[in-house]
Design a protein around this ligand. Sequence first.
Ligand SMILES: [Zn+2]
Ligand SMILES: [Zn+2]
Length: 401
Amino acid sequence: MVFFLLSEKEYFYAVLKKALILFTILFSLTHIGIAEIVNIGIYHNSKITSFVFHPEEGEYAVFTEKGKLLTLDKSELLELKYVNNKIYIKSIDKDYGSFKKVRFIGTAANNSFKVKPKNSKRIKIYEDNLFVNLHSYYNYFQLINNIEINNYVAGVVESEVGRSPPPEYFKLQAIICRTYALKNITRHQTEGFSLCDKVHCQAYNRKPKSELIKTAALETNNIVIVDSDINLIVATFYSNCGGETAKSEEVWKQRLYYLRTVKDTFCLHENNSVWTKKIPRSNWIKYLKTHHCSDDAIHHECGLEYFQQGREQHYMKDNVKIPFVKIRSDFKLKSAQFNVIPEDNFVRLEGKGFGHGVGLCQEGAMKMAKDGHSYINILHFYYSNVHMINLESLDFFKADY
Ligand SMILES: [Zn+2]
Ligand SMILES: [Zn+2]
């Protein structure tokens, strides 16, 4: 409508500008891509050499490099063993032989399976498909869960936060986990899968039990968080910020405009808002000395007492300068925000928060959800100036122009 009020030249530039914006969006999207299925390295580094596969729901077709081997339903199970650099397969009453690779492909509408490694009492359940490879060097299996992304996201949400948070929080965590997964989709590419199941990527323990979490993953289908250049954000989170979140460059080298300091009062009375730890005085002094604090300085200048004013980056007294994140890592502290109080033969560290403090504070976000805030508001509270997009609708948008 507005174009009718413009001159021909203005109209031309307005169209050109619109075309440029569209081009920028479309170009940026090619960097994201829509992954509907992901490959997750399960039992990562667990060195499994023998396990039992048992369908829990649906039916499985079993393929090897030689073609289809058999179909399995819930009444059957297979044992797989690492023997002479091959995967040896047998059922209760039949030997199927040895193979180089095995694929369990679900053929019903919903498929899930149980895995019970030898010498483990714990059975784990996963959804969708399982790929079994021989680990080329270490003589054990590589297990890959080939899974629809929403099923994976729901599994991660339950593994990361449990089943007690309110439903609105599950939606938020689902969007964050999906964004994180797609952002890091090539992390284990050289090993033949996308992401591992450990905290190195995101904890993914098994098929979720909570229907609310599954619903949250489906209701937020395809929604991810992007920055102003329409690149997926680094969607970091942790347990509790202690009242103030950290800037990205305080913890890692990279400055990201959307990971800024936010004053957070929502988490102040939650489980992980404060902590204390005692360290023997002699250990603390020895530690300061290794960071160039002389004996004399400890007595006369450095002292042992330290009060952080807000989130400080360095423990800094005279000739001592140690990043708080380094002290946190060296003493395995819950956070890098703490005061140091000398007491007799030890120093007492009085700390706030739990985790690195960059991005979303989970306990604060859960409190906001309980107080009735929408997941959209919570997300914008912790990540500055980001956007939520639906990958599918943008794909439609791309096709339309
Ligand atoms: Zn990983
Ligand atoms: Zn917080």
